[in-house]
Structure formats: structure tokens, C-alpha cells
Design a protein around this ligand. Structure first.
Ligand SMILES: *Cc1c(COP(=O)(O)O)cnc(C)c1O
Length: 407
């Protein structure tokens, strides 16, 4: 279409689309990674266990353990691999029941199934946190609890840990979206027996793919190291676990979920940037949240008092009475302003809507979680955005809600 034939509305829309920030771009990789990658390419030394010591993956593990304040860190191919190894390292019997929140990413129930366990879905309320009454009702008979801090929202961990401790049930944390989040000053991912992190491109640290498994328990660490693929005596390259390894040698399967050196070379220079990214992400989030909360049609669930968040995305509820059609119209009105926002339950095949996890077979009725998913909106909000971009996003959402609901 020629420019002279465009309506002013279409022109305005084009202008908006041109300046709308691209929130799907990942974090750029720090320049410091380049020299190390060149070195690895020149030597071909990509396998973590080739060098006698000081391989990039081993160094990353030491640095990550130090950053998190844990005894052991094991780098793996993904957070999903870390979750799978966590359940395996706990030595759960086949068919063991593992509680997970019904609001999470499909990879989480998938990891449970992969480990030959049975996921039990727990209701999540419209504050995006685990419904404690449902959690308590389902806890008896559970062999493990896997808390997914979905989109970086932390459930009441004091209550959850107290219930788990009282019954001796191990707690695993899926902290894929919670790197840098604090609970009463303690790092999320270090509250339970095992914490799992992701370096997939949409997370705070971007390696394309990658994950980390952290624990303070030497037996669990030794089991996970071997099963991740430390065959024969490669475990000697993991410090501090020699006695445990002797016990498990040749007695565990090797699932080969190792990280390779190139990934570590991409991740290592990002570790010192975590704290500044967390701060920027939090300030961006809180600024946009403040503006959206000024609208009668949107509400961002507040943090819990114990929680210091590290968000790289923003979730809000459509408040008041909205029909499904109005909620869809809101998505369309935001898109017309260049902003992509998804109502979790209204976007087709959304991997975070439990009814799409058909691989689980018959699905339970989870009315609270379903109601939440039908009105909770998901917006990417990377730490690198600047104030003008945040204002543009907030204004677009407020106008889109106004266009649908009036006012
Ligand atoms: C991304 C994500 C995962 C999966 O991480 P991968 O590294 O891609 O396997 C698991 N849980 C949550 C909450 C996530 O956001």
C-alpha cells in the first residue's frame, strides 16, 4: 500500500509499532566472553572433563556456589535437567507423589514425569501464590514438594517449609525465574534441600540453554554429579565430595546432562552483573506496577513482606468484571499499540495453562487456578528497558483497558 493511501490511524499505528520496545530480545553477552570463546575454539577444549583442572564449567560452578552461598553447585544442560536430577538424587520410589503448583511452566510437570514420579497439582490463587489450604490438604502421602517460584513470585515459604519439616518431606525449589530473589534476606533456591536455576535466553542470565543445581547436602550432590554424567572417575574434578563418590561409584545410571565449556564461557561474565540486573529489573517492575495500579482495571499482586523480588517480567490481574471477549479485546487493543500482553488462559496452547498438560492424562478440576489464569496477564519487562519505554508500555496498557472498559 502506498503511503498516500494510508489513513492517519494506520500511520499513527505504524509510528507506535516503530518505537515499541522489543521485549523479546535477550540480554546481550558481555564482551569479556569473546576472548574465552576464541581460546576454546582454538583449542577445541569444549568438554568439561578434558582439562585436568580449571575447566570453565568447573570455574562457573565454584563462582555460582560462592554467589549463592551454598556448598555445592552442579552445572547442567537446563533447569529441566536440574529438576529431573533433583528428584533422582532424592531417590524417590517409582510413582512417588510430588506436589507442584498448578501455575508453572509445562517443563515442571514434565520433569516429574521424566523422573517416574506422579505430579500432584496444587491450587494457585489470584495472588499467583500457592493456596496453602489446598497445599496442606494434599501434603499427606507426598514424597517430595517441588515449589516452582513461577515468574519469580514467591509463595509463603515460611508456611511451606514448616509443613515440609514437620513431615520430613524434602523440598526442591524451581528458581528458574528467581535468580537474585530474597526471602527474609536469604537467597531463593537455597531454602529447600535443592535449588534449580535456568540460563535459557528468557531468564536473567542468558546462555541460550543451561541450568544449575545447588545443594548443601554432600550425598545429594554426589548422586547428582554422577547421574549428570561424571562417568568413571570424573567426579574427582568436583571438589569436596570424595567419600560420598566412593559409595556411589558404578551404582547410579548416567543420564548425561552435562554443561559444555562454551556455555560456561558465556555465563561466567554475567555472574557479576546479576545484582545490577536484579536492581534494574525490580525498579522497572515497580515503576510500571505503580502506574498500572492507578487504573481501576488492573492490579499487580503485591510482594509478601518477606520477599525482595527480582522480576524480569510483570504479571497483573484484570480487575472488576471482565468477560472473556473483553479480555481478548484488551490483548488486541494493547497489540494495536505495539505491546504484546497475554492473558495466560486465553492465549492458545499456553504452556503455563495446566489444562494444556494433556501428557498428564486425566486432569483434576482446579477452579481457583483456572479463574486466575483467565484474568492474569503476562508481560515481558527486561531489565534493560529505560524509563521512556516503560512509560510507553504502561500508557499503552492503561489506554487499552480504557478502550475496552471505558474511562
Ligand atoms: C524456564 C523455566 C523452566 C525451564 O527451564 P529450562 O532451562 O528451559 O529447562 C522451569 N521452570 C520455570 C518456572 C521456568 O520459567
Amino acid at each position: 500500500m502506498g503511503m498516500n493511501r494510508m489513513t492517519s490511524d494506520a500511520l499513527a499505528e505504524q509510528a507506535v509499532l516503530r518505537i515499541a520496545p522489543n521485549v523479546y530480545d535477550a540480554e546481550p553477552i558481555p564482551e569479556a566472553a569473546r576472548a574465552e570463546i576464541e581460546r576454546l575454539l582454538a583449542s577445541g577444549d569444549l568438554f568439561r572433563y578434558t582439562a585436568p583442572e580449571g575447566a570453565p564449567v568447573a570455574r562457573l560452578e565454584a563462582e555460582f556456589a560462592d554467589y549463592m552461598g551454598v556448598r555445592y553447585a552442579l552445572a547442567v544442560s537446563s533447569c529441566s535437567a536440574a529438576l529431573f536430577l533433583a528428584l533422582k538424587a532424592l531417590d524417590l520410589p517409582r510413582g512417588a507423589k510430588v506436589l507442584i503448583p498448578a501455575f508453572t511452566f509445562a517443563a515442571v510437570p514434565s520433569a516429574v514425569v521424566h523422573a517416574d514420579c506422579e505430579p500432584v497439582l496444587v491450587e494457585v490463587g489470584d495472588d499467583l501464590r500457592i493456596d496453602l489450604a489446598d497445599f496442606r490438604a494434599k501434603l499427606d502421602g507426598a514424597a517430595a514438594v517441588l515449589i516452582s517460584h513461577m515468574r519469580g513470585h514467591t509463595s509463603d515459604m515460611d508456611a511451606i517449609m514448616a509443613e515440609c519439616d514437620a513431615r520430613g518431606i524434602p523440598l526442591v525449589e524451581d528458581a528458574a525465574h528467581s535468580l537474585g530473589t530474597l526471602w527474609s534476606g536469604k537467597k531463593i533456591g537455597t531454602l529447600g534441600k535443592i535449588g534449580c536455576f535456568s540460563f535459557q535466553s528468557y531468564k536473567l542470565v542468558n546462555a541460550g540453554e543451561g541450568g544449575m543445581f545447588v545443594t548443601d547436602d554432600p550425598e545429594i550432590a554426589a548422586r547428582a554429579v554422577i547421574m549428570s554424567g561424571a562417568y568413571e572417575h570424573n567426579w574427582k574434578k568436583h571438589p569436596g565430595l570424595q567419600n560420598s563418590f566412593h559409595h556411589w561409584q558404578n551404582r547410579l545410571p548416567l543420564y548425561n546432562m552435562r554443561m559444555q565449556n562454551l556455555s560456561a564461557a558465556v555465563i561466567r561474565p554475567q555472574i557479576p552483573l546479576i545484582d545490577s540486573r536484579v536492581q534494574a529489573g525490580r525498579s522497572n517492575h515497580d515503576y510500571v506496577a505503580g502506574r498500572l495500579n492507578g487504573s481501576p482495571w488492573m492490579q499487580v499482586p503485591p510482594s509478601l513482606p518477606q520477599e525482595t523480588r527480582a522480576p524480569d517480567s510483570l504479571q497483573f490481574n484484570l480487575t472488576g468484571t471482565w468477560s472473556d471477549d473483553e479480555a481478548r479485546a484488551f490483548q488486541t487493543a494493547a497489540a494495536a499499540r505495539g505491546i504484546s500482553v497475554q492473558v495466560f488462559g486465553l492465549s492458545r496452547d499456553n504452556a503455563r495453562a495446566f489444562w494444556n498438560w494433556q501428557f498428564l492424562g486425566a486432569l483434576p478440576d482446579l477452579p481457583k487456578t483456572r479463574a486466575m489464569l483467565m484474568r492474569a496477564c503476562d508481560l515481558r519487562l527486561p531489565a534493560r528497558l529505560v524509563r521512556d519505554e516503560l512509560d510507553m508500555i504502561a500508557t499503552a496498557l492503561i489506554e487499552a483497558a480504557g478502550e475496552v472498559k471505558g474511562g
